[in-house]
Design a protein around this ligand. Structure first.
Ligand SMILES: [Ca+2]
Ligand SMILES: [Ca+2]
Ligand SMILES: [Zn+2]
Ligand SMILES: [Zn+2]
Length: 586
């Protein structure tokens, strides 16, 4: 075991990477208009003030931390040729204009939340990436070490203490498994969850500030996470001061960061290709490996023999193909229920069957399946399905009965319970639909022209006595909806009735006003049905930039009208708006 983690501890790990220094102070200095002006003129306004402000020093430390300078220079002027070349290297790697000066774009880039691993590893290893070469293609880098075997074990040794992840150890485990699977499905690697006391090869932890590995974290923002390369043990740490999210709500998407960090734990460095998941800065929710990442991992561990399996597929035994007997949603769309679970796996339910919906709309390969393949014990038509994002549990309702699953493909933890018994205050012989509302994360139940709000964390009155209320508060919604679901892809809540669907606007608290208007046909706008091409319909006249060649590229996942409010503003702002509006809505 040449690279056993135990062989590399303390100082050796410390030697692998250096400290990342907060550069906020530098930013502050540079936002001063007068100093800004001097910068833009190529002068060095900070030289004399380096002692008092520390701004220049922090920039130097950033460039040093991330591998652009070998060591801390004693007296390197901002305008020196060496400094210019270092800044140019940084700009080249990040793919911004190579001015050689600390212009606004460069400073903004230094303030982006990012991974704590250095970009340029060649200064330390003297190979693999030459910053000064004019490489023809932007692509992945390899650190230089690999795991000596292809069957690896992993374990979370320290869970998050953040409110939004507390008590969700099971979901976090499942998320890590999912993130590792993203790499194994594109390589010959397999990962086994080490559950006992045995040490795992890749150990995962949520840490804050100095956590004794030589790479202290830095509070909210800036460095989000880091991981050690195989030769240094593969340990992967997440900064527990970040607003981690696993449910598509505002915050830093844990799954996206985990996929990136595991790339390092497997031996990949950063890529200078902006599309790559291994690009150093955080770019929102991005969980699928790109061509560049796949090329990198294949270079290290070889190609996977059998491709195109999904996470759910590899976790279940082979199930019989039911496609020939299941209803065809394209020719006759109607569903009983819809739900996206804690890992953003989204499903439509109808009769005995279940369809998984892919991120770019359309039906996932291998579906439909029997509902009982995914939720053992569920037979026949269900009324509604909803996953509580706080507990990660999926509730399946049939008439006045309810089943509760901790996760797909495992046995239910509550079987055939009654609604009244499980959800105090909800007295109903059946439900039409259930969803969490993207706006506040709470669960809503619908029946006829009424609805209830459910807050599982309120033990004595999970359903306020003011409910049920009239569905008219959901402006534009019809009564007797078939199904409802929050779709993390767009961050919006959707309602289905017959062959049509409605998209709900959280801010106006009404059905979205859009072209073409809602309700829209599911087969045209969601399922990519061959028989219902947009080209053949009048809808194309309503879509901006749509001509007869490209209009079939439009669907609910990329509808230019569907920009989500919460995706486009800063998290803290969205949160405060959320809090404020919450007082008045529903
Ligand atoms: Ca941080
Ligand atoms: Ca229903
Ligand atoms: Zn990284
Ligand atoms: Zn660490």
């Amino acid at each position: 075991m040449q690279w056993h983690p135990d062989l590399f501890q303390g100082d050796e790990k410390k030697a692998a990477e250096k400290k990342f220094i907060d550069i906020a102070a530098a930013k502050e200095v540079l936002t001063d208009p007068e100093k800004r002006q001097k910068f833009d003129n190529g002068e060095d306004p900070l030289d004399a003030e380096a002692q008092s402000h520390g701004g220049y020093t922090l920039i130097i430390k950033y460039l040093n931390q991330f591998g652009y300078m070998d060591k801390m220079p004693k007296n390197m002027s901002m305008t020196s040729p060496q400094m210019k070349s270092v800044v140019t290297d940084f700009q080249r790697f990040m793919g911004i204009e190579e001015t050689g000066t600390l212009d606004k774009k460069t400073m903004d880039m230094m303030n982006e939340p990012r991974c704590g691993v250095a970009d340029n590893l060649s200064l330390r290893t003297n190979r693999h990436y030459n910053m000064n070469s004019n490489r023809r293609h932007r692509r992945y880098t390899l650190q230089g070490s690999v795991w000596p075997k292809k069957n690896l074990t992993w374990k979370v040794t320290q869970y998050s203490t953040r409110d939004q992840l507390r008590g969700k150890d099971r979901e976090v485990d499942r998320l890590m498994e999912y993130a590792l699977h993203e790499w194994s499905k594109n390589s010959g690697l397999t990962f086994v969850h080490e559950k006992g006391d045995k040490k795992a090869m890749i150990e995962i932890g949520f840490k804050v500030k100095d956590h004794r590995d030589g790479n202290p974290f830095d509070g909210p923002g800036k460095t989000l996470a880091h991981a050690f390369f195989p030769q240094f043990g593969g340990t992967t740490h997440f900064d527990d001061h970040e607003q981690w999210t696993i449910s598509g709500r505002p915050g830093v998407d844990l799954l996206s960061v985990a996929v990136h960090e595991f790339g390092h734990a497997l031996g990949l460095g950063h890529s200078d290709n902006k599309d790559s998941l291994m690009y150093p800065t955080y770019a929102g929710k991005r969980t699928q490996l790109k061509k560049d990442d796949i090329n990198g991992i294949e270079m290290l561990y070889g190609k996977r023999q059998q491709k195109d399996t999904t996470f759910l597929d590899t976790n279940e035994r082979q199930k019989p193909n039911v496609k020939s007997v299941a209803p065809d949603l394209c020719s006759d769309f109607r569903i009983d229920a819809a739900d996206c679970n804690a890992l953003d796996e989204c499903f439509f339910f109808r009769d005995d069957y279940i369809w998984r919906i892919s991120d770019d709309t359309g039906i996932y390969p291998g579906y439909p399946k029997m509902i009982s393949d995914i939720f053992p014990g569920i037979k026949g038509k269900v009324d509604s399905v909803v996953t509580d994002q706080n507990s990660g549990r999926t509730y399946i309702f049939k008439k006045n009965k309810v089943w509760v699953f901790n996760e797909p493909m495992k046995k239910a933890v509550r079987v055939d319970d009654t609604i009244e018994n499980l959800i105090r205050g909800l007295e109903t012989p059946y439900l039409d639909a259930a969803t969490r509302w993207g706006f506040n994360g709470k669960i809503y139940f619908f029946r006829g022209d009424e609805y209830w709000r459910y807050e599982p964390e309120r033990v004595s009155y999970p359903i306020n006595r003011r409910y049920p209320k009239s569905i008219q508060s959901w402006k534009g919604l019809p009564d007797k909806v078939d199904a409802a679901m929050f779709w993390p892809k767009t961050g919006k809540t959707y309602f289905f009735k017959g062959s049509q669907y409605y998209r709900f606007n959280d801010i106006s608290s009404s059905v979205d006003r859009a072209n073409p208007p809602f309700p829209r046909d599911v087969t045209k706008w969601w399922l990519k049905c061959k028989t219902a091409r947009l080209e053949d319909s009048n809808d194309i006249n309503e879509i901006p930039e749509c001509d007869h060649k490209n209009c079939n590229n439009y669907n609910e996942s990329n509808d230019p009208n569907a920009k989500s409010f919460f995706r486009s503003v800063s998290n803290s702002f969205a949160k405060s708006v959320n809090k404020f509006l919450n007082l008045f809505k529903h």
